[in-house]
Design a protein around this ligand. Structure first.
Ligand code: ZN
Length: 241
């Protein structure tokens, strides 16, 4: 079983009737809902208002892959918890960063760049997500592209380090393109950023979006993490003799 924790700040759903109408139980519950239908996933949720934001050492030890949705309250996430999550990624936990979590503390910490910097616009337009890497495990079963009838426009330039795998580039009717599905290795962990998921749109009910997220969870999972030596060490042998 892959142990999954879906983290959500859970603010918009409680402050906005428009968002609550789309996600009455919260975005985390919608995501956990479709992930829980997969026989190989064991899913829990955690939110900002829980003690330690629901991300205690015990929860992190019991998590193989974490999903992160945030927007309004990035600054309210404690630096101590961010560092705890970052270290767990370096030790092999997978992290899937969703939509406006591009500006989250954890994503900025792991990327080391100003990942909050990009073009954006809420103009109720469709978005087309082109598959850049047809063989990639995250993109299986999608064809050459998929579309969302309405989603927020994000556009380049996106201040991220060059991705290790570029899985999706999205196109917006306004003329922008955006690296909307990107993979990185950090330490022994894997990180995937996936752009769709604005809180006022029903994006997380879309079958293609669900397929991508399920496949991303499986891709980000490390079955085994190898311990390695980082101390001052003696030579293994004297090969000059
Ligand atoms: Zn948004």
């Amino acid at each position: 079983m892959i142990r999954v924790t879906v983290w959500n700040e859970f603010v918009h759903e409680r402050n906005s009737a428009e968002v609550a109408a789309v996600y009455p139980e919260g975005i985390h519950a919608a995501i956990a809902g479709f992930l829980s239908k997969e026989a190989d996933l064991r899913v829990r949720t955690a939110t900002l208002d829980m003690p330690e934001h629901g991300l205690t050492q015990e929860v992190l030890k019991d998590t193989d892959v974490m999903l992160w949705w945030g927007h309004h309250a990035h600054r309210e996430v404690s630096d101590e918890v961010v560092e705890r999550v970052a270290q767990r990624v370096l030790d092999g936990m997978g992290l899937i960063v969703l939509h406006s979590a591009h500006a989250s503390k954890i994503f900025r910490r792991l990327m080391g760049t100003n990942t909050h910097k990009l073009r954006w616009r809420e103009d109720e337009k469709m978005q087309r997500y082109w598959v850049m890497d047809l063989a990639h495990p995250i993109a299986q079963g999608l064809g050459d592209y998929f579309e969302l009838p309405v989603e927020e426009t994000y556009g380049e330039h996106f201040d991220i380090p060059k991705p290790d795998d570029l899985v999706f580039v999205s196109w917006a009717p306004g003329g922008e393109v955006f690296r909307s599905g990107c993979c990185w290795n950090r330490g022994q962990g894997r990180v995937f950023y996936f752009q769709p998921g604005h809180e006022t749109y029903p994006t997380y009910y879309d079958p293609n979006v669900q397929k991508v997220i399920v496949q991303a969870v499986r891709w980000a999972y490390r079955e085994q993490v190898q311990p390695f030596v980082t101390d001052h060490t003696q030579a293994l042998a004297d090969i000059s003799k």
